[in-house]
Design a protein around this ligand. Sequence first.
Ligand code: ZN
Length: 174
Amino acid sequence: MTRGLQERIDCERSAQDGAAFERVYALADLPRIQDLLADRAGTIRAAFAFARCPSGRPGVVVEVTGTAQLVCQRCMSGFAYPVAARSEIEFATAAALPTESERDLYVLDEGLASLAEIAEEEFLLALPLVPVCDDGGGCGRAQAVDVDGGGETARTTVRPFGALGDLLKKTDRT
Ligand SMILES: [Zn+2]
């Protein structure tokens, strides 16, 4: 874990070698996730398999797993949300960015990619837009009932179709 968030990989060479890496990152060390967490404890595990893409550019298949403690947007309590996600990434330079790719594009900084940033991005994409602790009715509905009783309509903005779209996009690629 102390291998650090600064670790950057030479993608061209790693793809050439078919290199594979496994890393564990503390959730507390990943800056873009912090606002979503009810508790910063925990780690995510990431596996990277580098290979050349059909386009000839370097690419990586990344898998992240871990459990985040999120804040339920309905009852505001913390709950555990397990993540298991997989993505295929193609590396490109800003100067020669392809107009389309079957894979997610990751723009390289001097040929180097940050494993921690890739893992963080994948983890972030796998989290729900509107975290809810229990859709089956176990969530603290008391609050919602109070709101309804007051004659107000629900104020929560829910974007189920957006979330579903992301889900389909991610599962299609596997
Ligand atoms: Zn809840």
